[in-house]
Design a protein around this ligand. Structure first.
Ligand code: ADP
Length: 480
């Protein structure tokens, strides 16, 4: 580029020199003509000629210098503008730049810089939107995500992370994790990840009143160092910690374990009894006319209990799998109560309990499955009779609401402690397990009843007081 500028200046000088030669030639010619006409004035002519030549040369040099200065000034100004533009590029200025002046190497350089600037601008925008998107994803994640740098400072975390680990405000940014994270298990995992250990996992529990469990995963962030040997394991430049809420998962795991333990227990007791009495009979009691019949009756009772538990379990499994057959239709409330009243009357009478069904005959019909509703009501009535001592009372009542009818089974029995009232709807939960088993209970009746009522669009609840009695109520939508 400089060569071309120089050649332009040289051309200007050449033209000026030609001009000087032409002027000198003109002067010389004129002087020769005068000398030929007047030989005496030759000396004066030569010195005049020399003076003119010197003056002309001085004028040519002055013009040349002027042109050079002007040209240099313009050139310097354009180079300075280019320099300023490239400096602005460094601070992500991306406005297009136009360089005035002739179309030369400098204007080509300006065009090339403009093209680079717009490419740079596109790349920066792309990276910026990528970063915004990743950050929006991380921030909206339900999992807690935190990033720690090699100096153990917290550099990024999302809302879930700060909520789980109780990190206050943005003041935590850049602060050592030891000052902002109080959970020692998490701190240990961070340190191990920063040392380069992979696939680190642990469980933590947070909260005091309401416990929540989180699976913590920590992993090193590895960035390849420029000076690092090829093939060498990159040193961690930080660590990422992810906190995943596993409260519900762990609860379900516990429910499943409890369930397996409960089922085993429910089966074990009658099976042991059956096995024991069968062996006793075989060992000679079969010939013992006094006891053999009693032993066989015991075996039969335990087998019946086993069949009951098995049936209830199968029913529950069917309901929970959504395979309950439901035949919806209008059901008359008085028909429903009548269907259960006879059996209840019989059982209550045997136990010396007064039973009463206080039902209006003009109650609106409800929408449900008579077979399933009967199962629910019979279960509640059986429980009421079972947990009411003789001399007590059991009665059924119905209340009509705007959208549904609520049926209640009320007894004056032993009642249920407040702490157990919600748990009695869990599978196998009994307030007094021995008593329930003795009476042939499976601990599954209320669980099945609640599932059925909910499948039919209603609710089953209990209100009870120890020593005074219980009220089990379930609502069923009115038939439209
Ligand atoms: P079970 O076969 O043991 O009766 P349920 O699921 O029907 O099983 O009932 C669960 C537990 O709820 C019972 O073991 C009993 O402790 C309690 N319970 C149910 N109904 C009553 C009631 N009317 N009065 C007192 N306790 C009751």
């Amino acid at each position: 580029m400089r060569a071309k500028l120089f050649s332009k200046l040289s051309l200007t000088y050449l033209l000026l020199l030609i001009f000087l030669c032409l002027v000198a030639e003109g002067f010389a010619e004129h002087a020769l003509q005068r000398a030929a006409a007047d030989p005496a004035s030759t000396d004066a002519l030569i010195s005049g000629l020399r003076l003119r030549f010197v003056l002309s040369a001085a004028a040519v040099i002055a013009i040349g210098a002027g042109v050079y200065v002007l040209f240099s000034l313009q050139c310097n100004r354009r180079i300075q503008r280019l320099t300023e533009f490239s400096t602005r590029l460094g601070v992500s200025e991306s406005r297009p730049f136009s360089l005035d002046g002739p179309r030369d190497e400098l204007s080509q350089l300006a065009e090339a810089m403009n093209a680079s600037a717009s490419r740079l601008d596109r790349t920066i925008r792309h990276l910026g939107s990528e970063r915004d998107r990743s950050s929006a994803i991380l921030r909206s994640m339900v999992e807690g995500v935190g990033v720690i740098d090699a100096q153990e400072r917290l550099v990024f975390w999302n809302a879930a992370f700060s909520e789980i680990l109780n990190i206050e405000g943005s003041a935590a940014e850049g602060r050592p994790v030891i000052e902002v994270i109080r959970n020692t298990k998490v701190l240990k995992l961070i340190r191990r990840a920063l040392k380069g250990e992979d696939a680190l996992q642990d469980d933590i529990t947070t909260g005091i009143v309401q416990l929540r469990m989180f699976a913590v995963t920590a992993a090193p962030v590895r960035a390849m160092d420029a000076g690092q040997a090829v093939g060498a394991a990159p040193t961690p430049s930080g660590a990422v910690v992810v906190l995943h809420d596993v409260t519900e998962l762990r609860r379900l795991e516990r429910v499943r374990q409890d369930f397996v333990a409960n089922v085993s227990h429910e089966f074990k007791t009658p099976l042991t009894a059956i096995q024991g009495f069968a062996e006793t009979l075989l060992a000679g009691a079969l010939e013992d006319d006094k006891n053999n019949r009693r032993f066989i009756e015991i075996i039969r009772d335990h087998a019946t209990q086993l069949a009951r538990v098995t049936n209830d379990l199968l029913k529950l499994a069917r309901i929970e799998a959504g395979k309950l057959e439901v035949d919806l239709g209008p059901v008359s409330v008085s028909d429903l109560i009548e269907a259960c009243a006879e059996t209840t009357q019989l059982r209550a009478g045997r136990k010396g309990i007064e039973f009463e069904a206080d039902i209006d005959s003009d109650l609106p019909p409800i929408r449900g499955d008579i077979r399933l509703l009967r199962e629910v009501l019979q279960n509640l009535l059986d429980n009421a009779v079972q947990y009411t001592p003789s001399g007590g009372k059991v009665h059924v009542e119905a209340a009509v609401g705007s959208k549904d009818v609520t049926l209640s089974v009320v007894d004056t029995g032993i009642g249920i402690p407040l702490a157990d009232q919600e748990r009695i709807f869990e599978r196998f939960y009994r307030v007094d397990a021995a008593r329930s088993r003795e009476e042939g209970g499976t601990g599954l009746g209320l669980s099945i009843a609640r599932h059925i009522v909910e499948t039919l669009g209603g609710k089953l609840s209990v209100d009870s007081e120890v020593g005074r009695g219980s009220r089990f109520s379930f609502s069923v939508p009115k038939s439209s």
